[in-house]
Each structure stands twice: as structure tokens, then as C-alpha cells.
Design a binder for this molecule. Structure first.
Ligand SMILES: [Zn+2]
Length: 308
């Protein structure tokens, strides 16, 4: 070993205890988020007080995720699990929670947060009939497509962070107030920009945008999936195309995680634009955070709606 290497090693050895001393007095709150939007929100509200891991990315179908050992390990170590709820993750989250053996994140515990509990849910079925496809019994779970829902969830999530990590309650309240102020300004801007979309008839590939339409006043006239969660068939696509002759639509929307081909088929045959909606943070290059998610959603809808 050279003299220089040895003196480097001595320096490195001396630096280790210093690095340990500079660690915060107690470790960050570990948050496991099921979807990118709740991971982004937890990060925005928690800042450097939280360590966020996200189970899915924007190009994965959140209804259908494998309960992999790596996800179970994250849940095992989590202080708080933040998911959509409303049965969106019914096929995989219960398995993760059960396999984790982590008592503090089980349903009903403060460490288990379901965003959908804090918003008014749409499409709650009056009669539950599973033959009607993968029906969401608790109502439509895709609440993150309306920024007003994000605001409601932010308030509830900040309160929950304070509950599970009371020594930092003041910080969470402060970060929530800062987020809420910027978010409400942004909602006003998006709502004004998108006002021309009011009443615009649209087709959805999956019933993923009811909250978006409720916010902007857009009208869903057809859905490409014959039943929720069932891939579009050629015969159903033909039926939609025929129905659009009587009830025309201005565009067809699909989520970034979905196969675009059914929407592209309708686009070609009905002569309307197919619009890829980021759906969550990371769904498109511009949807880098929650603000970018709605900036990009609104700008894509406006670009399509502006076409004759
Ligand atoms: Zn769905």
C-alpha cells in the first residue's frame, strides 16, 4: 500500500465517527405508498422527516400488482402505509399487510392510511354484481384525477403524520399549510385554463377519469372496456364506434400505464384525438410532481380539445 493510500485510509477512518454524529437524533418516518401520487404527497408534506418508498410506478396497472418479497420487506419496516383504498389494491395490499407481520400498519391502525376515506366517492354501486366485471364496490377508486381530492387527502395525511410522529407535528402542519396555499392557487389556474372543456363529450378507455370529468364538467359518453377491467374486444369497439355516430365525442382518453391500441383504433376510425393522460406522477415526462401532473393533464386535454 502506498503512503498516500494509507493516509487516505486514516482520513476515511477519522471521518466515519463524524458522519455518524451528524445523523439526525432519530431516524426518518418510514412511509410505504402504494401509488406514486401518495408517495409524492407524503414527500411534499414530510420533507426530510420522512423516507418514502413507492410500491408502483406510473407505467404499472395499480389494480394488478405482484405481492413480491421486496414489497413485503418494505411494508414490514414501514411506520405508515399510505394507499388509495376503496378496493383499488384489493388484489395485492391485503397480502402485503398480512405477510409483513407489522401490527402498526394493519387496517384500523394509525399506521394505515387510505386516501379514499377522505373524499366523496363517485359511482358507488347501489347493487353489487360481480358479473359486471371488476366492479369497485366502494365506488370508483381513481380519486387522484381531481386536484380538489388531492387537497382533501393532503389535510388528512398531514394530520396522520402528526399522529404517528407527534414530536414533529408542528413541522407537518407547517408543510401542509405551505402545500395547501400553493395547491389552491394552482387549482384556480387549472380550473380557469380548462374552462373551455366544460361540457365536452369524451370516451374513456377505462373508467379511470370520473373525478377528472366531475371537476372539469366533461361528459363521458362511452367506455372502451366492455366491463371495468376487461380488455376492449373488437365487437365492443365496433359498438362504441357506431354509438358515436349518434353521440359524437371530441377525444378518447387512456392512462399512461395502459395499452394505447384500443384508443388509437378509435382515434383512427372515429377521427378524434387519442389523449394519453399521465394519471399519476411519472406518467409522462412533464408529470414530474403533483403540480406537473395537473399542468400536463390540462395541457394535453386543451391541445386535443382545441382540434376541430
Ligand atoms: Zn379502475
Amino acid at each position: 500500500m502506498t503512503k498516500r493510500a494509507m493516509s487516505f485510509l486514516r482520513l476515511a477512518a477519522a471521518a466515519v465517527p463524524l458522519a455518524l454524529l451528524s445523523l439526525p437524533a432519530h431516524a426518518a418516518l418510514r412511509i410505504f405508498a402504494c401509488e406514486p401520487e401518495w408517495g409524492a404527497l407524503a414527500q411534499a408534506l414530510g420533507g426530510n422527516l420522512v423516507d418514502v418508498s413507492v410500491a408502483t410506478n406510473a407505467l404499472q396497472d395499480p389494480h394488478q400488482i405482484q405481492a413480491r418479497p421486496s414489497l413485503i420487506a418494505h411494508v414490514r419496516n414501514a411506520d405508515l402505509v399510505a394507499c388509495t383504498g376503496a378496493e383499488l389494491e384489493i388484489g395485492w395490499l391485503p397480502v402485503l399487510l398480512q405477510q409483513s407481520g407489522n401490527a402498526k400498519v394493519q387496517p384500523g391502525q394509525p399506521g394505515n392510511f387510505a386516501a379514499a376515506d377522505y373524499v366523496r366517492k363517485l359511482e358507488v354501486p347501489t347493487l353489487l354484481d360481480r358479473s359486471q366485471g371488476d366492479v369497485h364496490a366502494a365506488g370508483n377508486p381513481h380519486i387522484q384525477t381531481d386536484p380538489r381530492n388531492i387537497a382533501l387527502v393532503a389535510t388528512a395525511l398531514a394530520a396522520r403524520l402528526a399522529q404517528v410522529d407527534p414530536s414533529h407535528a408542528a413541522s407537518y402542519a407547517q408543510q401542509q399549510a405551505d402545500f395547501a396555499q400553493r395547491w389552491h392557487q394552482a387549482i384556480d389556474r387549472w380550473t380557469a385554463e380548462a374552462s373551455v372543456l366544460k361540457g365536452v363529450p369524451v370516451v374513456s378507455q377505462h373508467k379511470a377519469f370520473v373525478y377528472l370529468y366531475d371537476w372539469l364538467g366533461m361528459k363521458e359518453v362511452a367506455v372502451l372496456e366492455p366491463k371495468p377491467g376487461v380488455e376492449p374486444t373488437a365487437s365492443h369497439l365496433e359498438e362504441v364506434l357506431t354509438a358515436l355516430k349518434a353521440t359524437p365525442a371530441k377525444m378518447v382518453l387512456y392512462s399512461a400505464y395502459q395499452d394505447p391500441r384500443p384508443s388509437e383504433w378509435l382515434s383512427r376510425n372515429a377521427g378524434i384525438p387519442a389523449v394519453k393522460v399521465p394519471f399519476t406522477v411519472g406518467g409522462t415526462d412533464a408529470a414530474k410532481d403533483l403540480f406537473g401532473l395537473f399542468d400536463d393533464t390540462v395541457s394535453r386535454l386543451l391541445a386535443a380539445g382545441a382540434k376541430p
